[in-house]
Write a protein that binds this ligand. Sequence first.
Ligand code: C2E
Ligand code: MG
Ligand code: MG
Ligand code: MG
Length: 283
Amino acid sequence: DQARRLNLTQAVFDKDMYGNPAANLSLMSEMMRATEKGEMSLYYQPKLKVRTGRYESVEALSRWFHPDRGFISPDQFIPQAEETGHIRPFTEWVIRQSIEDQKRLLAEGKPIAVAINISGALVGDPEFARKARSMIVGASGPITLEITETAVMTNPEKAIEHLNAWRESGARISIDDYGTGQSSLAYLQMIPSDELKLDRQFVSNLNANARGRMLIKSTIDLAHNLGLEVVAEGVETETDLAALKLLGSDWIQGYHLSRPLPISELAEFLAVPEETMLRSQSS
Ligand code: C2E
Ligand code: MG
Ligand code: MG
Ligand code: MG
């Protein structure tokens, strides 16, 4: 029922988008060229594993530096790529590129897990599922795929089948942006997953009041009871970092630790002992 409602919303959304097809198409025709011309790059935002005190994973985030338009945010070009169908080749490029970077870092003695954002539009796509699977199998380190709950709700049967297949090939599944929109406990237990990623907006409940804190605490406990690790995203202060550790978050990510970095800066960042990094960040 809920899935059908979401399909309807999607249909209306898509129709609206045809309101401005010219703008979308010209941007998108440049998008794939941009990957070839080197205008498109991946930045990596480190994630701290609390238990070990080490940066054991990074999230790949797309960056487009357009020669005329300047910086174009992924919040702008990813939705457009989803509407025009460019999202599939683009995501394949993201996976290929990040797996290559992971291999390079390993060769430099910096083994790291890589998390890749997968658009909802692709989670139910069998062709993409196969392609992604073969790339995951070839990776030289752990891969996490970040998906949103709504991605699963649109076509639960196909989505669950693909998530299972990706897990069988060794990828971890992370539920991204949890605590925004239609996060539902009912769906949570049916999505094959390994990790729950609390959205920055949700994490900000920390500072609301005692109830906001309790909400985060309960969600972390619930995730653990379901066998999921928890990542707190968008952590911007030392106070929040300390609070989230206390509440049991397994991973911390946010500007307080590091912004997304180009691969060269990431390599440097990972070369510095974590203790030093934490001290220099908070001083
Ligand atoms: P997301 O996956 O939820 O990524 C988190 C976003 O929050 C990123 O924005 C990141 O730079 C930002 N962020 C991280 N820590 C902090 C913090 O402490 N404070 C604040 N204010 N922001 C923080 P970004 O890179 O602009 O990406 C936005 C969204 O675009 C991502 O949200 C993701 O949904 C999407 N996206 C980015 N790259 C890709 C991609 O390659 N493929 C797909 N499908 N989506 C992507
Ligand atoms: Mg993400
Ligand atoms: Mg997120
Ligand atoms: Mg988010």
